[in-house]
Design a binder for this molecule. Structure first.
Ligand code: RIB
Length: 308
C-alpha cells in the first residue's frame, strides 16, 4: 500500500440529538431524535480522504471497548492503514455529544477519553510511517504537545504538513511557518489572526496576515459564504453550493480530508478547492460525521448537477 497521507488525530463516537432548537442553559428540549455515528475530527478527515481516493494511514488512540472495535473495523473496511492505531486498555474511546437543530447547525461537547493517550513518545514509534508520507494532516483534538511534536518531526523530515487548527486555539508563528497548507473556518481565522472576518475585505485581510506567517497556502472556509484561498501567486473567493443542510457536523472535516486527497494527487489548487467544496456541501445533506463523507462517484454526480 502506498502511504500518501498520514493523519494524526482524534476518534470519537458521536451521540447525536436532532431537535427543534439547541438547548439554552437550564432548558430541557424534549423532542430529540437520537442516533450515533463514528466521528472525531481526525477520523472524519481520514475517512473523507480515503473515500475521495487517497491512500491513507491513521495514527489515533481508541479505547478497548465496543465503540473502538467498531471504528477499527470500519477503518479497515474503507481501506485505511490501521497498523499504527493504539487501543488503550483502561480509557474509553472519545465521545462527542452533539445537538443538531432544524437548520443543521450544531453544538458539540467532547470527552476526549483515549485521544489523550496519543503522546509524543508514541509518535516516535510511528517515525517510519511518517517518514514515508507525502503529506501529514493534523487537527487540534489530541494533546497539543503531540501536535507540536509532529509538526517539528515532519518539518525535520521535509514533509508537507496540512493543519486544520480545530477546535480553535491560539497558535504561534513557529507552528504556522512550516505548513504547506493551513485550512481554517471563520472562528479559527479570527482567533489566529486576531482580526474580524465578517466582510469579504476582512476575510482577505485575515488570509493575507495568515499567509505572511509562513504557510504556502491558506484556505478559509466560510460556510454558506463559500471558500477563500490564497497563495503567494493566486487568491480567489469561491461560492458555496446552494444545498439545504440537514447536519453541518464534519463539513469542515470532509473539506479538509478531500482537499488533502486532491493535493497528493497533484490536482491544480483551483480544481482541488472546487472538489473539496462540493464534497463538503454534499456532506451537509446527510446526518452524521463519517456517514456523510462522500465517495468519488457521489462527488462527481453532485458536481455534474452544477455544470451547465
Ligand atoms: O468536526 C466534527 C467532529 O467534532 C465530530 O465528529 C465530533 O466527534 C467532534 O470531534
Amino acid at each position: 500500500m502506498r502511504n500518501q497521507i498520514v493523519v494524526v488525530g482524534s476518534s470519537n463516537i458521536d451521540l447525536i440529538a436532532q431537535l427543534s432548537h439547541l438547548p439554552k442553559p437550564g432548558e430541557t428540549v424534549g423532542d430529540a431524535a437520537f442516533s450515533q455515528a463514528h466521528g472525531g475530527k481526525g477520523a472524519n478527515q481520514t475517512v473523507a480522504a480515503a473515500r475521495a481516493g487517497a491512500e491513507v494511514s491513521f495514527i489515533t488512540s481508541l479505547g478497548n471497548d465496543s465503540f473502538g472495535q467498531s471504528m477499527l473495523q470500519d477503518f479497515k473496511r474503507i481501506g485505511i492503514n490501521t497498523d499504527y492505531i493504539l487501543q488503550s486498555k483502561d480509557t474509553p474511546t472519545g465521545t462527542a455529544l452533539i445537538w443538531v437543530d432544524t437548520r443543521g447547525e450544531n453544538s458539540i461537547a467532547v470527552a476526549p477519553g483515549a485521544n489523550h493517550k496519543l503522546s509524543p513518545q508514541y509518535i516516535d514509534e510511528c517515525r517510519i510511517l511518517l517518514s514515508g508520507a507525502e503529506l501529514i494532516l493534523l487537527q487540534l483534538e489530541i494533546p497539543f504537545e503531540t501536535v507540536e511534536y509532529v509538526i517539528d518531526l515532519a518539518a525535520s523530515l521535509g514533509k508537507k504538513i496540512m493543519l486544520n487548527p480545530a477546535p480553535a486555539r491560539k497558535l504561534e508563528r513557529k507552528h504556522l511557518k512550516p505548513l504547506f497548507n493551513l485550512t481554517v473556518n471563520e472562528t479559527e481565522a479570527a482567533m489566529l489572526s486576531g482580526m474580524p472576518v465578517e466582510t469579504q475585505e476582512q476575510v482577505v485581510e485575515a488570509g493575507r496576515y495568515l499567509l505572511a506567517m509562513g504557510p504556502e497556502m491558506v484556505v478559509i472556509t466560510l460556510g454558506a459564504r463559500g471558500v477563500f484561498y490564497l497563495t503567494k501567486r493566486e487568491q480567489k473567493m469561491v461560492e458555496a453550493y446552494p444545498v439545504k443542510p440537514i447536519d453541518t457536523t464534519a463539513a469542515g472535516d470532509v473539506f479538509c480530508g478531500v482537499l488533502a486527497s486532491q493535493m497528493v494527487q497533484n490536482k491544480k489548487l483551483a480544481d482541488a478547492i472546487k472538489y473539496a467544496n462540493a464534497a463538503a456541501a454534499l456532506s451537509t445533506t446527510i446526518l452524521g460525521a463519517q456517514p456523510s463523507a462522500p465517495n468519488q462517484q457521489q462527488i462527481k454526480d453532485f458536481l455534474d448537477q452544477y455544470e451547465f
